[in-house]
Write a protein that binds this ligand. Structure first.
Ligand SMILES: [Cu+2]
Length: 302
């Protein structure tokens, strides 16, 4: 209606406009009639109230008209929704991976990005994967939203029809930093898309890529600010107080400490922070080499 950002905008906006239009119409009409009746039938003019009993004509009218109205609303709602569940045979498949509290998008050639880049006028199917809890992938400008459920394969699709960038939000409360679980979708020209897709020379440090891929950065800031866990900025080499089996002790943040913080996060708990927030299965998610990359990256965060 106002935009044409995706192939679903028209259907959703039409049913929205019909429901909004009907609501506004009845709000105005009923209020006006009410005011009119209050004046017309006030006590001075009609000291004795009339009694209306078993008026079949009235009852049929107030049953049939609302039924038709909700059926019309249902019809347009259904027509807007149905195509969202009819997946095109030919489409680009991208995995949308949700984890507390960030999005990652994995392309058919293995490229991973924390923003979604898609070519204009091409059907894109997102395979929705959750690594932990219930999330919901919401792109308001495209009028689409779908739950991302751990253990269940769900998907959604769209065609981006206007160049530009649009917000991606999480629409299912998923913990402390749910409201920061945001990303962007960029709709670009086909040529720009393939250049981007095949550009393997990412500017990110390999260690930073591992941190982003595993959503470490949604709890550990890189700029010194305290989020859920200690910031990674300047952490390398400092002396800290940790609690090991209930006893406080001093440690130096070195290779061994970082490695054990990832593979066995609850062994030493940094003083002032809560234990049990990092998942304990990073052994399956992060290789020893990736741990080395992380360490090399942390060294650079002075
Ligand atoms: Cu979420």
């Amino acid at each position: 209606m106002f935009t044409n950002a995706s192939n679903f905008v028209d259907g959703v906006d039409l049913s929205f406009a019909i429901i909004l239009g009907a609501s506004v119409f009845f709000l105005v009409a009923i209020t006006a009639i009410m005011i009119w009746f209050v004046i017309k039938y006030n006590r001075k003019k009609h000291p004795k109230p009339g009694i209306v009993k078993e008026n079949h004509k009235l009852e049929i009218i107030w049953t049939v008209i609302p039924t038709i109205l909700v059926l019309v609303m249902f019809y347009y709602g259904w027509m807007g929704y149905k195509p969202m569940r009819e997946f095109p045979k030919d489409s680009i498949h991208i995995k949308a991976i949700a984890q507390m509290w960030s999005w990652n998008f994995e392309y058919e050639n293995g490229k991973v990005s924390d923003t979604l880049v898609v070519p204009i006028d091409k059907a894109v199917t997102l395979d929705l994967i959750s690594r932990d809890v219930l999330h919901s992938l919401y792109i308001p400008a495209f009028r689409i939203k779908e739950d991302v459920i751990p253990g269940i394969d769900n998907k959604m699709w769209f065609i981006g029809q206007e160049l530009g960038d649009y917000n991606i939000l999480c629409a299912e409360y998923c913990g402390d930093r749910h409201s920061y679980m945001m990303s962007k979708v960029y709709v670009v020209q086909e040529t720009e898309y393939s250049t981007w897709l095949n550009d393997k020379s990412s500017n990110d440090h390999p260690g930073l890529q591992v941190l982003k891929k595993n959503a470490c950065t949604s709890c550990h800031s890189l700029d010194g600010s305290k989020i859920i866990g200690p910031s990674f900025k300047g952490v390398w080499g400092i002396t800290e107080t940790v609690i090991t089996e209930g006893v406080e002790r001093q440690i130096t943040v070195d290779k061994e400490y970082i490695r054990s913080s990832i593979y066995d996060p609850n062994a030493d708990v940094t003083k002032g922070y809560n234990p049990g927030l990092m998942i304990t299965t990073y052994k399956d998610l992060i290789t020893e080499d990736e741990v080395k990359d992380i360490i090399e990256y942390l060294k650079t965060l002075k």
